[in-house]
Design a protein. Structure first.
Length: 189
């Protein structure tokens, strides 16, 4: 494979979470959904995950359709990390198309059958809420629905964002309750 490193355009964007930047990669990584990597061990062996966790200060990743949200440790500054993350992404993406088998396996683990209410919750999340949250470099993943309570996990830029409670309660909870009356509450996992 020829070196396409110079052809890959990567743009870093601010997110509502000051410790997370969204890196638009200009190529398709996932057809749909996202992959949240809370620590290196979650997807060790993936070239992109191994390379990004080798950058000192990187503590979480979320891979979306055409972006990767990178969360840094609070003791590091973006001025020292943006160039390293960008160069790492260009290097890995010039050698590997899309996501690798490790990440595909991780993504498929999260797919499961669901009840009618769960299916409707997932549909609303996938078609309305996740695309909006992805614009800020985050994601929300369905965890469970029991006794009227929906449990969701906020990821990427949304995982530690100061506005995450408002997003969860005022945005997501209100929208889900409109369509699914049996929902009494939406909480974070």
């Amino acid at each position: 494979m020829t070196d396409k490193k110079e052809d890959i355009e990567i743009n870093a964007q601010l997110t509502p979470n000051p410790d997370t930047l969204k890196f638009l990669v200009g190529i398709s990584l996932l057809e749909k959904g996202s992959i949240y990597i809370k620590d290196h061990d979650t997807a060790k062996g993936s070239p992109i995950v191994d390379a990004l966790y080798a950058v000192e200060g990187v503590i979480e990743l979320m891979i979306g359709s055409n972006f990767i949200s990178v969360t840094k440790s609070q003791d590091k500054e973006w001025t020292n990390l943006v160039e390293s993350v960008t160069d790492t992404l260009k290097d890995v993406l010039s050698k590997h198309e899309g996501i690798d088998d490790v990440l595909k396996a991780l993504q498929s683990q999260h797919a499961a059958s669901a009840s009618e209410a769960e299916a409707k919750i997932k549909e609303i999340l996938d078609t309305e809420i996740r695309p909006a949250i992805a614009m800020d470099g985050g994601d929300v993943v369905f965890v469970s629905f029991e006794n009227g309570i929906v449990m969701l996990q906020l990821q990427g830029a949304c995982s530690n964002c100061p506005a995450s409670t408002m997003t969860l309660k005022m945005g997501i909870e209100n929208r889900l309750k409109e369509e699914i009356p049996e929902i009494t509450e939406v909480i974070a996992a």
